[in-house]
Design a protein around this ligand. Structure first.
Ligand SMILES: Cc1ncc(COP(=O)(O)O)c(C=O)c1O
Length: 408
Protein backbone atom coordinates (compact mmCIF):
# COMPACT_ATOMS: atom_id res chain seq x y z
CA UNK A 1 0.00 0.00 0.00
CA UNK A 2 1.35 3.42 -0.82
CA UNK A 3 0.70 6.30 1.49
CA UNK A 4 0.35 9.75 0.04
CA UNK A 5 3.03 12.01 1.51
CA UNK A 6 1.83 15.34 2.84
CA UNK A 7 3.93 18.11 1.30
CA UNK A 8 5.25 19.24 4.70
CA UNK A 9 8.29 21.48 4.84
CA UNK A 10 10.94 19.84 7.04
CA UNK A 11 10.84 22.71 9.52
CA UNK A 12 7.18 21.97 10.27
CA UNK A 13 8.12 18.61 11.73
CA UNK A 14 9.50 20.24 14.87
CA UNK A 15 8.40 23.40 16.64
CA UNK A 16 9.60 26.91 15.85
CA UNK A 17 11.87 27.21 18.87
CA UNK A 18 13.78 24.14 17.73
CA UNK A 19 14.17 25.25 14.11
CA UNK A 20 15.03 28.83 14.93
CA UNK A 21 17.57 28.08 17.64
CA UNK A 22 21.02 28.88 16.26
CA UNK A 23 23.34 25.93 15.97
CA UNK A 24 25.13 25.47 19.30
CA UNK A 25 28.24 27.56 18.49
CA UNK A 26 30.78 25.12 19.87
CA UNK A 27 29.62 22.55 17.31
CA UNK A 28 30.63 24.95 14.57
CA UNK A 29 34.09 25.37 16.07
CA UNK A 30 34.45 21.59 16.32
CA UNK A 31 33.71 21.32 12.61
CA UNK A 32 36.37 23.90 11.65
CA UNK A 33 38.84 22.09 13.88
CA UNK A 34 38.10 18.76 12.23
CA UNK A 35 38.68 20.22 8.77
CA UNK A 36 42.06 21.61 9.83
CA UNK A 37 43.12 18.27 11.28
CA UNK A 38 41.99 16.47 8.10
CA UNK A 39 44.22 18.85 6.11
CA UNK A 40 47.14 17.92 8.39
CA UNK A 41 47.49 21.48 9.72
CA UNK A 42 48.59 22.16 13.32
CA UNK A 43 45.67 23.33 15.45
CA UNK A 44 45.85 25.58 18.50
CA UNK A 45 42.39 25.28 19.95
CA UNK A 46 41.32 28.18 22.19
CA UNK A 47 37.67 27.59 21.26
CA UNK A 48 35.88 25.45 23.82
CA UNK A 49 36.42 25.97 27.54
CA UNK A 50 37.41 22.35 28.13
CA UNK A 51 41.04 22.22 29.29
CA UNK A 52 42.83 18.92 28.69
CA UNK A 53 44.40 18.51 32.12
CA UNK A 54 44.28 14.97 33.59
CA UNK A 55 41.61 14.50 36.24
CA UNK A 56 43.11 13.88 39.70
CA UNK A 57 43.86 10.15 39.93
CA UNK A 58 41.88 9.43 43.17
CA UNK A 59 38.76 10.76 41.41
CA UNK A 60 39.26 8.41 38.46
CA UNK A 61 40.00 5.52 40.77
CA UNK A 62 36.82 6.09 42.78
CA UNK A 63 34.82 6.03 39.56
CA UNK A 64 36.47 2.84 38.25
CA UNK A 65 36.02 1.02 41.55
CA UNK A 66 32.36 1.91 41.75
CA UNK A 67 31.28 0.30 38.47
CA UNK A 68 28.68 -2.19 39.69
CA UNK A 69 28.14 -5.75 38.51
CA UNK A 70 24.41 -5.12 38.38
CA UNK A 71 23.21 -1.77 37.09
CA UNK A 72 20.27 -0.05 38.78
CA UNK A 73 18.54 3.31 38.23
CA UNK A 74 20.16 6.08 40.27
CA UNK A 75 17.91 8.29 42.40
CA UNK A 76 17.63 11.99 41.55
CA UNK A 77 18.21 12.75 45.22
CA UNK A 78 21.73 11.30 45.16
CA UNK A 79 23.53 9.45 47.94
CA UNK A 80 23.93 10.70 51.52
CA UNK A 81 27.71 10.59 51.05
CA UNK A 82 27.43 12.93 48.05
CA UNK A 83 25.20 15.34 49.95
CA UNK A 84 27.57 15.54 52.90
CA UNK A 85 30.58 16.03 50.56
CA UNK A 86 28.75 18.94 48.86
CA UNK A 87 27.79 20.41 52.23
CA UNK A 88 31.37 20.00 53.46
CA UNK A 89 32.65 21.90 50.43
CA UNK A 90 30.14 24.74 50.97
CA UNK A 91 31.17 25.00 54.59
CA UNK A 92 34.95 25.02 53.89
CA UNK A 93 34.73 27.39 50.96
CA UNK A 94 31.89 29.78 51.87
CA UNK A 95 31.32 29.13 55.62
CA UNK A 96 27.74 27.99 54.90
CA UNK A 97 25.93 25.93 57.53
CA UNK A 98 23.96 22.97 56.18
CA UNK A 99 20.74 23.94 58.00
CA UNK A 100 20.66 27.23 56.03
CA UNK A 101 19.98 25.76 52.57
CA UNK A 102 18.94 22.64 50.63
CA UNK A 103 21.06 20.87 48.05
CA UNK A 104 20.25 18.63 45.08
CA UNK A 105 22.75 16.90 42.77
CA UNK A 106 22.79 17.60 39.03
CA UNK A 107 24.35 15.99 36.00
CA UNK A 108 26.69 18.97 35.53
CA UNK A 109 25.23 22.46 35.56
CA UNK A 110 24.15 22.64 31.92
CA UNK A 111 21.13 20.39 32.30
CA UNK A 112 20.22 22.11 35.57
CA UNK A 113 20.42 25.54 33.91
CA UNK A 114 18.16 24.20 31.19
CA UNK A 115 15.63 22.51 33.46
CA UNK A 116 15.27 25.20 36.13
CA UNK A 117 13.43 27.46 33.68
CA UNK A 118 10.68 24.82 33.38
CA UNK A 119 9.99 25.27 37.09
CA UNK A 120 10.19 29.07 37.19
CA UNK A 121 8.53 30.51 34.08
CA UNK A 122 4.96 31.50 35.02
CA UNK A 123 5.62 31.62 38.79
CA UNK A 124 4.12 34.26 41.10
CA UNK A 125 0.99 34.92 39.10
CA UNK A 126 2.57 34.47 35.67
CA UNK A 127 5.99 36.16 35.64
CA UNK A 128 7.56 35.27 32.30
CA UNK A 129 10.85 37.13 31.83
CA UNK A 130 14.21 35.61 32.58
CA UNK A 131 17.03 38.15 32.70
CA UNK A 132 20.58 37.13 31.82
CA UNK A 133 23.92 38.64 30.82
CA UNK A 134 24.91 39.16 27.19
CA UNK A 135 27.54 37.95 26.41
CA UNK A 136 26.87 34.85 28.44
CA UNK A 137 26.28 31.14 28.51
CA UNK A 138 23.86 30.41 25.61
CA UNK A 139 21.70 27.97 27.61
CA UNK A 140 20.17 30.84 29.66
CA UNK A 141 18.33 31.96 26.53
CA UNK A 142 17.55 28.52 25.10
CA UNK A 143 16.08 27.25 28.39
CA UNK A 144 13.87 30.33 28.71
CA UNK A 145 12.48 29.85 25.21
CA UNK A 146 11.81 26.13 25.58
CA UNK A 147 10.04 26.82 28.89
CA UNK A 148 7.73 29.32 27.19
CA UNK A 149 9.35 32.31 28.89
CA UNK A 150 10.58 35.60 27.49
CA UNK A 151 14.37 36.02 27.34
CA UNK A 152 15.70 39.40 28.50
CA UNK A 153 19.40 39.71 27.65
CA UNK A 154 21.25 42.60 29.27
CA UNK A 155 24.21 43.89 27.31
CA UNK A 156 27.31 44.03 29.50
CA UNK A 157 29.86 46.74 28.97
CA UNK A 158 33.51 47.19 29.89
CA UNK A 159 32.56 50.67 31.18
CA UNK A 160 31.15 49.28 34.43
CA UNK A 161 33.35 46.19 34.66
CA UNK A 162 30.78 43.98 32.87
CA UNK A 163 28.35 44.14 35.80
CA UNK A 164 24.70 43.24 35.21
CA UNK A 165 22.71 45.91 37.07
CA UNK A 166 19.04 44.88 37.18
CA UNK A 167 17.96 47.96 39.15
CA UNK A 168 18.52 50.01 35.97
CA UNK A 169 16.17 47.90 33.84
CA UNK A 170 12.74 49.18 32.71
CA UNK A 171 10.18 48.91 35.58
CA UNK A 172 7.94 46.43 33.71
CA UNK A 173 10.88 44.02 33.39
CA UNK A 174 11.73 44.41 37.06
CA UNK A 175 8.09 43.60 37.90
CA UNK A 176 7.78 40.66 35.51
CA UNK A 177 11.12 38.93 36.10
CA UNK A 178 10.60 35.32 37.16
CA UNK A 179 14.35 34.91 37.59
CA UNK A 180 17.73 36.46 36.85
CA UNK A 181 20.97 34.73 35.87
CA UNK A 182 24.10 36.20 37.41
CA UNK A 183 27.45 34.68 36.48
CA UNK A 184 30.57 35.91 38.30
CA UNK A 185 33.32 34.96 37.69
CA UNK A 186 31.94 35.59 34.24
CA UNK A 187 32.33 33.58 31.08
CA UNK A 188 33.55 35.10 28.74
CA UNK A 189 34.91 38.34 30.25
CA UNK A 190 36.50 36.93 33.42
CA UNK A 191 34.82 39.71 35.43
CA UNK A 192 34.34 39.18 39.17
CA UNK A 193 31.81 40.81 41.51
CA UNK A 194 32.39 42.55 44.84
CA UNK A 195 30.50 41.75 48.06
CA UNK A 196 28.74 45.13 47.75
CA UNK A 197 27.52 44.18 44.28
CA UNK A 198 26.16 40.84 45.53
CA UNK A 199 24.45 42.57 48.44
CA UNK A 200 22.70 44.89 46.02
CA UNK A 201 21.64 42.04 43.75
CA UNK A 202 20.25 39.95 46.63
CA UNK A 203 18.36 42.98 47.99
CA UNK A 204 16.96 43.69 44.51
CA UNK A 205 15.81 40.07 44.14
CA UNK A 206 14.05 40.16 47.51
CA UNK A 207 12.43 43.52 46.76
CA UNK A 208 11.17 42.51 43.32
CA UNK A 209 10.44 38.84 44.17
CA UNK A 210 12.86 37.56 41.52
CA UNK A 211 14.68 34.24 41.87
CA UNK A 212 18.45 34.75 41.84
CA UNK A 213 20.13 32.03 39.78
CA UNK A 214 23.84 32.25 40.40
CA UNK A 215 25.91 30.32 37.86
CA UNK A 216 28.96 29.52 40.00
CA UNK A 217 30.74 27.28 37.53
CA UNK A 218 33.99 29.29 37.80
CA UNK A 219 33.84 30.25 41.49
CA UNK A 220 37.03 28.26 42.21
CA UNK A 221 38.95 29.38 39.13
CA UNK A 222 40.60 32.55 40.43
CA UNK A 223 44.11 33.98 40.65
CA UNK A 224 46.13 31.36 42.52
CA UNK A 225 48.23 34.10 44.16
CA UNK A 226 45.26 34.66 46.50
CA UNK A 227 45.77 31.14 47.90
CA UNK A 228 49.35 31.91 48.75
CA UNK A 229 48.61 35.09 50.65
CA UNK A 230 47.51 34.35 54.23
CA UNK A 231 44.66 36.70 55.10
CA UNK A 232 45.77 39.29 57.66
CA UNK A 233 43.31 39.58 60.58
CA UNK A 234 40.18 41.42 59.56
CA UNK A 235 41.16 41.62 55.86
CA UNK A 236 38.56 40.85 53.22
CA UNK A 237 38.61 37.47 51.54
CA UNK A 238 39.42 38.18 47.88
CA UNK A 239 38.11 34.87 46.55
CA UNK A 240 34.96 35.04 44.42
CA UNK A 241 31.93 34.65 46.68
CA UNK A 242 28.63 32.81 46.43
CA UNK A 243 25.42 34.80 47.12
CA UNK A 244 24.26 32.08 49.54
CA UNK A 245 26.72 33.72 51.95
CA UNK A 246 24.17 36.54 52.14
CA UNK A 247 20.83 34.72 51.95
CA UNK A 248 19.24 31.51 50.73
CA UNK A 249 15.79 33.07 50.37
CA UNK A 250 15.00 33.02 46.60
CA UNK A 251 18.67 32.27 45.86
CA UNK A 252 19.96 29.21 43.97
CA UNK A 253 23.64 28.55 43.36
CA UNK A 254 24.65 26.25 40.48
CA UNK A 255 27.94 24.51 41.28
CA UNK A 256 29.92 22.26 38.95
CA UNK A 257 32.92 19.96 39.06
CA UNK A 258 33.62 20.59 35.38
CA UNK A 259 36.09 23.45 35.74
CA UNK A 260 36.91 23.05 39.43
CA UNK A 261 38.09 19.44 39.12
CA UNK A 262 38.48 18.91 35.37
CA UNK A 263 35.46 16.60 35.23
CA UNK A 264 33.56 17.94 32.20
CA UNK A 265 33.01 14.40 30.89
CA UNK A 266 31.63 13.04 34.18
CA UNK A 267 28.68 15.47 34.33
CA UNK A 268 28.63 16.33 38.02
CA UNK A 269 27.35 19.36 39.89
CA UNK A 270 24.68 20.48 42.32
CA UNK A 271 22.22 23.23 43.08
CA UNK A 272 22.23 24.70 46.58
CA UNK A 273 19.86 27.25 48.04
CA UNK A 274 16.22 27.99 48.83
CA UNK A 275 14.73 24.82 50.34
CA UNK A 276 11.17 25.58 49.16
CA UNK A 277 12.28 25.85 45.54
CA UNK A 278 14.64 22.89 45.65
CA UNK A 279 12.23 20.46 47.28
CA UNK A 280 9.66 21.24 44.57
CA UNK A 281 12.35 21.01 41.89
CA UNK A 282 13.49 17.64 43.15
CA UNK A 283 9.98 16.27 42.55
CA UNK A 284 9.99 17.76 39.05
CA UNK A 285 13.47 16.41 38.31
CA UNK A 286 12.25 12.85 38.86
CA UNK A 287 10.61 13.31 35.43
CA UNK A 288 13.70 14.63 33.65
CA UNK A 289 15.88 11.50 33.74
CA UNK A 290 18.85 13.32 35.22
CA UNK A 291 19.92 11.09 38.13
CA UNK A 292 23.72 10.81 38.26
CA UNK A 293 25.11 7.28 37.81
CA UNK A 294 26.30 5.93 41.17
CA UNK A 295 29.91 5.64 39.92
CA UNK A 296 29.89 9.33 38.98
CA UNK A 297 28.50 10.17 42.42
CA UNK A 298 31.34 8.21 44.06
CA UNK A 299 33.90 10.14 42.01
CA UNK A 300 32.14 13.42 42.85
CA UNK A 301 32.37 12.65 46.58
CA UNK A 302 36.18 12.43 46.28
CA UNK A 303 36.31 15.67 44.26
CA UNK A 304 34.12 17.76 46.60
CA UNK A 305 36.03 16.46 49.63
CA UNK A 306 39.39 17.69 48.38
CA UNK A 307 40.74 21.19 47.70
CA UNK A 308 44.42 20.52 47.01
CA UNK A 309 43.89 19.29 43.45
CA UNK A 310 41.89 22.45 42.72
CA UNK A 311 44.76 24.60 43.93
CA UNK A 312 47.03 22.86 41.41
CA UNK A 313 44.56 23.52 38.58
CA UNK A 314 44.26 27.18 39.60
CA UNK A 315 48.04 27.56 39.45
CA UNK A 316 48.03 26.24 35.87
CA UNK A 317 45.34 28.68 34.73
CA UNK A 318 46.98 31.60 36.52
CA UNK A 319 50.25 30.79 34.73
CA UNK A 320 48.43 30.63 31.38
CA UNK A 321 46.81 34.02 31.95
CA UNK A 322 50.20 35.46 32.92
CA UNK A 323 51.68 34.08 29.67
CA UNK A 324 48.95 35.19 27.26
CA UNK A 325 47.34 38.35 28.68
CA UNK A 326 50.40 40.67 28.28
CA UNK A 327 50.65 39.74 24.59
CA UNK A 328 47.04 40.78 23.98
CA UNK A 329 47.64 43.92 26.06
CA UNK A 330 50.62 44.81 23.86
CA UNK A 331 48.46 44.31 20.80
CA UNK A 332 45.90 46.72 22.31
CA UNK A 333 43.29 43.93 22.45
CA UNK A 334 42.96 43.61 26.25
CA UNK A 335 42.72 46.31 28.89
CA UNK A 336 42.76 44.43 32.16
CA UNK A 337 44.16 41.05 33.08
CA UNK A 338 41.18 38.97 34.27
CA UNK A 339 41.24 37.95 37.94
CA UNK A 340 39.31 34.72 37.37
CA UNK A 341 38.26 32.06 34.83
CA UNK A 342 40.62 30.96 32.06
CA UNK A 343 39.17 33.21 29.35
CA UNK A 344 40.51 36.30 27.64
CA UNK A 345 37.81 38.53 26.16
CA UNK A 346 39.79 40.43 23.57
CA UNK A 347 38.77 43.45 21.51
CA UNK A 348 39.49 42.97 17.86
CA UNK A 349 41.67 45.89 16.62
CA UNK A 350 39.62 48.52 14.79
CA UNK A 351 41.64 47.91 11.60
CA UNK A 352 39.70 44.63 11.31
CA UNK A 353 36.31 46.38 11.61
CA UNK A 354 33.60 44.76 13.71
CA UNK A 355 33.67 41.53 11.72
CA UNK A 356 34.52 39.24 14.60
CA UNK A 357 33.40 36.11 12.73
CA UNK A 358 35.66 36.95 9.78
CA UNK A 359 38.57 37.68 12.15
CA UNK A 360 38.14 34.31 13.88
CA UNK A 361 37.71 32.41 10.61
CA UNK A 362 40.92 34.00 9.28
CA UNK A 363 42.69 33.01 12.49
CA UNK A 364 41.30 29.50 12.16
CA UNK A 365 42.81 29.20 8.71
CA UNK A 366 46.16 29.94 10.37
CA UNK A 367 45.43 27.14 12.86
CA UNK A 368 44.38 29.31 15.84
CA UNK A 369 40.81 28.66 16.94
CA UNK A 370 38.96 31.21 19.07
CA UNK A 371 35.30 32.17 19.44
CA UNK A 372 33.84 35.32 17.86
CA UNK A 373 31.62 37.42 20.13
CA UNK A 374 28.75 37.06 17.64
CA UNK A 375 28.59 33.37 18.55
CA UNK A 376 28.72 33.97 22.29
CA UNK A 377 26.31 36.85 22.43
CA UNK A 378 23.12 38.21 20.95
CA UNK A 379 24.27 41.74 20.29
CA UNK A 380 27.98 42.14 20.88
CA UNK A 381 30.30 42.38 17.94
CA UNK A 382 34.01 43.05 17.67
CA UNK A 383 35.37 40.71 20.36
CA UNK A 384 36.97 37.26 20.38
CA UNK A 385 37.21 34.86 23.30
CA UNK A 386 40.34 32.86 23.88
CA UNK A 387 39.84 29.90 26.25
CA UNK A 388 43.31 29.18 27.64
CA UNK A 389 43.16 25.49 26.97
CA UNK A 390 46.46 24.69 25.16
CA UNK A 391 49.66 24.14 27.20
CA UNK A 392 52.63 26.54 27.50
CA UNK A 393 54.52 25.61 24.32
CA UNK A 394 51.47 25.48 22.08
CA UNK A 395 50.28 28.79 23.55
CA UNK A 396 53.67 30.39 22.79
CA UNK A 397 53.47 29.22 19.16
CA UNK A 398 49.88 30.40 18.83
CA UNK A 399 50.65 33.81 20.37
CA UNK A 400 53.35 34.32 17.73
CA UNK A 401 50.84 33.52 14.97
CA UNK A 402 48.32 35.94 16.51
CA UNK A 403 50.96 38.71 16.79
CA UNK A 404 52.08 38.22 13.18
CA UNK A 405 48.48 38.26 11.94
CA UNK A 406 47.37 41.32 13.92
CA UNK A 407 50.53 43.26 13.03
CA UNK A 408 50.38 42.28 9.35
C1 LIG B 1 29.10 30.02 32.42
C2 LIG B 1 28.92 28.55 32.31
N1 LIG B 1 27.91 27.99 32.97
C3 LIG B 1 27.69 26.66 32.90
C4 LIG B 1 28.48 25.84 32.14
C5 LIG B 1 28.15 24.37 32.08
O1 LIG B 1 29.05 23.62 32.79
P1 LIG B 1 28.83 22.10 33.10
O2 LIG B 1 29.97 21.39 32.49
O3 LIG B 1 28.80 22.00 34.59
O4 LIG B 1 27.53 21.67 32.53
C6 LIG B 1 29.55 26.38 31.43
C7 LIG B 1 30.40 25.53 30.59
O5 LIG B 1 31.29 25.93 29.90
C8 LIG B 1 29.77 27.78 31.51
O6 LIG B 1 30.77 28.36 30.87
Amino acid sequence: MTTAKTPARPQNKVNKITTELAEYPMEELARIRKELVAQGKPVFDFGTGDPKIPTWEPIREACREAIPEISQYPSVKGSDALKSAQQGYLERRFSLRSNEYEVIPTAGSKEAIFHVALCLVGRAGGKKHIIYPDPGYPVYRASTLFAGGIPYPVKLSADNGFMLEPWDLPPYIQRDAAAIWINYPHNPTGAVASREYWQRVVEWCHRTDTILLSDDCYVDIYDSAIDLTPLPDGAEDDRPMCPLELSSDRVLSFMSLSKRSGMTGYRAGFIAGDADILSAMLRARANFGVGSPDFVQKAAVVAWNDDAHVLERRAIFTQRIAQAAPVFQELGMLKEVPKATFYLWTKIPSAFGSGDVRFCLNMAELGVICSPSSWLSESIKGYARFALVPGTEATAEALQIIKDYVNS
